[in-house]
Ligand binder design. Structure first.
Ligand code: ADP
Length: 498
């Protein structure tokens, strides 16, 4: 900066020197004097303006010094700013590189996630298929055991035989309950649970659930009773089967884990408005209670309060896990208060829509009357001989009006139906040669009317919703799972043929 200022100062002084020189020269010429030292001194003394002009080098020197300084400062500031700009640009470049690397990283993570998702979906489909097959494989033979035991109990048996058959029935029912529990948990895990919304009486559901355990509680000499809040609406919209399932599970536990005293089932109205009602159901017992540190555990799958619970009381530890999921999936909550040796209170709260008159009318229209069934020609499509025998025995009990044929697979079913035009078809889904899905699709799409319009009821051991959806997509009209309830099957057939 110094050099620079110096140069400017000298430039100012040199430029300034020209002013006195030219000034004196012009003054001499104007006065007509000769140019020599005496004249110069003389004109200097006479012209006061020249004195002022003589100071020009000093002023210009100072002025240029200031300009030089300012210029130097400006350059310095510019240099500094350039440095800052350079630094910032460098930082931006680096940041840009970092961002580019991050974007690349994200793209590759996204790709990995897509692959992982596809893997998970494949695994889920494999699990679903496995469950559908397992359910079929386990429930089909069990269907035979349960059904034939029921039929056997209806024949005349000696006392010991009766006792043995009863034991077989009890064990088979127990096994079926376990398989159903495991399937239920798998369905919940696979997000396969769907809830119905149909009119029901909460009071009736509670009373029926309590009645189911009356015999068991009498044997154990426990007082089992219900207390139902009168303010509860007479009809609500909800999933009666699931509500019943939760209550049965809790009451069953109450009775199972209580040796003396009582099991009280309560239903209380927590709140209501014009459209909705929130109800709290609770099952209180005076049984063995649950240690505080096990309370969280018992709601998990396969967890029991103590290591010796199964040995002492039986059970698999799935009931409460199912209840918790059922309640929470319907937007409610379930909780327990308990004291060891004093008892437990299991409660759950659910909100229901109130059923209006129009919904009640629809419900009563759907009710079936047995006398309406009339003369029916039915086709049973079933590859399993035991299942055929079981169905035949059930049909016999429905009287002579029911005429039926049996097809061993989907292909036979299609041919027979084309020829005979049945009134209704009961279709197994998993069969050799041609399965039930394909046969149903063929009947719907390839056969002429009226054969293509015949009601088809899937009668199957598959309980997965995915299979059910596939079956509906193929064109079935209704879906009944095995082991089937003979009354439900009858009601469904009646619904279509009456
Ligand atoms: P399970 O009854 O088949 O063992 P649950 O899931 O229904 O399975 O119950 C899990 C565990 O919670 C039971 O094994 C038992 O230890 C405990 N439990 C459930 N209900 C009660 C009850 N009312 N009193 C005492 N313990 C209970």
């Amino acid at each position: 900066m110094k050099n620079n200022t110096g140069a400017y100062t000298w430039f100012g002084i040199i430029l300034g020197l020209l002013f006195p020189v030219f000034g004196t020269y012009f003054a001499l010429t104007a006065s007509g004097l000769e140019i020599n030292l005496d004249s110069i001194i003389q004109i200097q003394q006479e012209e006061t303006l020249l004195w002022i002009i003589d100071t020009a080098p000093l002023f210009l020197g100072i002025a240029f010094y200031v300009v030089g300084r300012l210029n130097a400062k400006l350059r310095e500031t510019n240099a500094k700013q350039e440095e800052i700009i350079e630094e910032k640009t460098q930082r931006f470049v680096e940041k840009n590189k970092e961002l580019e690397a991050e974007i690349e990283d994200r793209i590759s993570t996204e790709k990995q996630l897509i692959l992982a998702k596809e893997d998970a979906e494949r695994a889920k489909r494999a699990e679903e298929l496995f469950l559908a097959n397992m359910s079929h494989e386990l429930r089909t033979p069990l269907n035979g055991v349960v059904g034939f035991t029921r039929l056997l109990l209806g024949t005349s048996l000696e006392r010991t035989q009766n006792e043995y058959v009863n034991t077989i029935q009890e064990s088979a029912n127990h096994l079926l309950a376990i398989i159903n529990d495991i399937l239920e948990i798998s369905k919940i895990k696979a997000g396969e649970i769907e809830f119905e919304s149909v009119p029901m009486s909460p009071t009736k559901v509670v009373m029926n659930a309590v009645n189911t355990f009356k015999v068991m509680s009498n044997t154990k000499q426990i007082a089992l009773y219900e207390e139902i809040d009168r303010k509860i609406p007479p009809y609500i919209l909800g999933d009666q089967t699931r509500l019943n399932q939760i209550l049965l599970n809790l009451i069953n536990n109450g009775v199972k884990f209580t040796d003396d005293g009582f099991v009280r089932v309560r239903a209380d109205l927590l709140s209501e408005d014009e459209r909705k009602a929130k109800i709290k159901f609770s099952v209180e017992d005076s049984g063995i209670g649950i240690p505080q540190d096990r309370i969280e555990q018992i709601f998990k799958s396969f967890k029991q309060a103590a290591a010796d619970t199964t040995r002492k009381f039986g059970g698999t530890g799935l009931g409460l896990a199912i209840c918790k999921n059922m309640v929470e999936l319907q937007g409610g909550r379930i909780y327990v208060e308990s004291k060891v040796n004093e008892g437990s209170i299991f409660s759950f709260e659910l909100e229901f829509r109130k059923a209006g008159p129009s919904e009640m009318v629809e419900q009563s229209k759907g009710a079936f009357e047995t006398k309406d069934i009339g003369n029916v020609h039915l086709l049973l499509v079933e590859d399993n001989k035991i299942n055929v025998k079981l169905a035949e025995n059930v049909f016999k009990k429905w009287g002579a009006d029911l005429n039926y044929d049996v097809a061993k697979n989907g292909k036979e079913a299609v041919d027979m139906h084309e020829k005979n035009n049945y009134n209704i078809i009961l279709m197994d889904l998993q069969m050799p040669v041609m399965d039930g899905f394909e046969a149903t699709r063929f009947i719907r799409q390839e056969l002429p009317s009226p054969q293509s319009k015949t009601p088809i009821i899937a009668l199957t051991a598959d309980v997965m919703v995915s299979e059910k959806t596939r079956a509906y997509d193929a064109g079935i009209d209704d879906y009944i799972t095995k082991p089937f309830d003979a009354n439900k099957l009858f009601a469904t057939i009646a619904k279509f043929v009456s």
